[in-house]
Design a protein around this ligand. Structure first.
Ligand SMILES: *Cc1c(COP(=O)(O)O)cnc(C)c1O
Length: 496
């Protein structure tokens, strides 16, 4: 039986899984959602003995039903290989009474690798299935993290090219080094003389430019997007929640059927939505706890039923969560409206026009699986120091937000269920903020020295990903003005 996907803004608009992966966004601007969430068809007792790759197959085959077994297994084995620094792919750490699911063992040491390492293969397989012969050109604008993870994922994947734009003075030193040293014959990185919004608008304009699309097609290319609304990113993220539960069961940390809460540091709402899907599939997950930093739009939304982006944007030490419009929330909205695509469209129009929309009481009742909390900058830093002093385990800033929210939830609710915290980045990635949280005298030190200090403090070796960039050659030096992005793309692709 084939599972189809429909648009959140028009339930009649349907696509197969491979079409949805290729398109990314539905043609009406909606997001693709599965017609129903499939149930796991094998018992936890068997899952608990499976490797990450085997679990991935059991979960993903239920969502990507038009992929053959051979195709899907090939995608999985190419994605989850030695580019992860542990065979477990997503190991668990028990710290005090909390389980941290470490999603940062991939090539860019942050959780985006979990999906972006497989998306390129899902995309090229989808292209083949749909008789697309053009080379797929991924265009991306990045404020640092996603661009690098996408480049690492697409590097040297046959049938693809990737071009990433980043703001010349808008990313950290480590982030810039990570990007400009990226290897791969199909990879290009361009620093623009502007900010992230300029990069984003420039990329969007190219996606919407029909004349450019024709020109590309004439040269055997077509654009696609790797951003987090693609179901090819969402589905692989469901896997690690199933895997984590099964592993905890296997290790006797949970008993059969015991409910576990999940706490997720949230930005675009992709990761926590994946946990919700895992619950719908039958994983005994109790509460889904959404953790925000000071950009607490989602916390307010869960408290009041009103989503309101009209507020000041705060720059925090957990930059990957500095978001005022969480695009994946639209998929949850669609569900709580009772899969009413007309109502979902109206909410999204209100959001675009006035920056807010309000759920009805009836819709709010359907959010009862969710809890929300947030951490201020001071609470985040304090959490890093406190956990370090008590246990020796060093959290990154994003994970610390979730860890704080987890503790607060336990205290306030008296809910004694075991808690899994999604740990979304290695502390090495945000070394300055992490080290100054532990000891404020590190403020004056340079990032590169702090990497060594972190090694001493945490007793965890510097990840290869960091060691590599310290000595790697700079391979990309292209820069351009914001009004020259299209010309730059044409030059890179040799299109006249
Ligand atoms: C992207 C990201 C997040 C937020 O995840 P969403 O799926 O966008 O909610 C949290 N932490 C880190 C380190 C990230 O890179």
């Amino acid at each position: 039986m084939n599972l189809h996907y429909k648009s959140t803004r028009n339930s009649k608009l349907k696509a197969t899984a491979s079409e949805a992966v290729l398109k990314g966004l539905a043609p009406d601007g909606g997001l693709f959602v599965p017609e129903c969430i499939p149930k796991l068809d094998i018992p936890m007792d068997r899952l608990k003995r499976m490797s990450y790759q085997e679990t991935a197959y059991e979960v993903m085959k239920l969502f990507l039903t038009d992929f053959t077994e051979e195709e899907l297994k090939a995608c999985i084995s190419r994605a989850y290989d030695s580019k992860f620094d542990t065979e477990e792919i997503a190991p668990l750490a028990k710290v005090d009474d909390t389980y941290y699911l470490e999603l940062f063992h991939g090539p860019t040491i942050a959780f985006k690798d979990m999906a972006l390492s497989i998306l390129p293969y899902l995309m090229t397989t989808s292209a083949k299935k749909n008789n697309v012969e053009n080379e797929i050109v991924i265009l991306a604008a990045t404020s640092g993290d996603t661009g690098k993870a996408a480049m690492a994922g697409f590097a040297d994947v046959e049938g693809t090219r990737i071009i990433v734009f980043y703001p010349k003075n808008g990313v950290s030193k480590v982030q810039e080094l990570q990007m400009v040293t990226q290897k791969g014959n199909n990879v290009d990185v361009v620093a623009i003389h502007g900010n992230f919004d300029n990069a984003q608008s420039g990329v969007k304009a190219m996606f919407e430019n029909a004349e450019l699309a024709d020109k590309l097609a004439g040269n055997g290319y077509q654009f696609s997007s790797a951003n987090s609304i693609n179901i090819g990113r969402l589905v692989p993220q469901v896997v690690y929640y199933v895997y984590a539960y099964a592993k905890l069961l296997g290790e006797g940390e949970l008993s059969a059927g015991e409910q576990m809460n999940v706490v997720v540091p949230t930005g675009n709402f992709g990761n926590i939505l994946a946990a919700y899907y895992a619950k719908q599939m039958g994983v005994p997950i109790g509460r889904l706890i959404c953790a925000s930093n000071e950009n607490k739009v989602l916390f307010d939304f869960f408290c009041t039923g009103t989503y309101d982006r009209n507020r000041a944007f705060v720059l925090t030490t957990s930059p990957s969560m500095d978001i005022l419009i969480s695009s994946n929330l639209e998929r949850l909205i669609y569900l709580v409206t009772g899969e009413d695509s007309g109502q979902t469209s109206r909410f999204m129009e209100e959001l675009k026009a006035g920056g807010s929309y309000a759920l009805t009481e009836e819709m709010r009742e359907k959010l009862e699986d969710f809890e929300a909390g947030y951490a201020t900058e001071a609470q985040t830093a304090d959490q890093i120091r406190r956990i370090y002093e008590a246990t020796g385990y060093v959290l990154d800033t994003h994970t610390a937000v979730a860890s704080h929210v987890c503790d607060e939830y336990r205290k306030a609710s008296g809910d004694g269920s075991k808690c899994l915290v999604a740990s979304t980045a290695s502390p090495y990635k945000f070394v300055k903020s992490v080290m100054t949280s532990i000891d404020s005298t590190y403020e004056a030190e340079d990032d590169f020295l702090l990497l060594e200090k972190l090694e001493e403090v945490s007793g965890v070796d510097m990840p290869q990903a960091i060691a590599d960039i310290l000595h790697a050659d700079v391979l990309h030096k292209t820069e351009c003005d914001t009004d020259k992005m299209e010309d730059t793309v044409k030059e890179i692709l040799d299109i006249r």
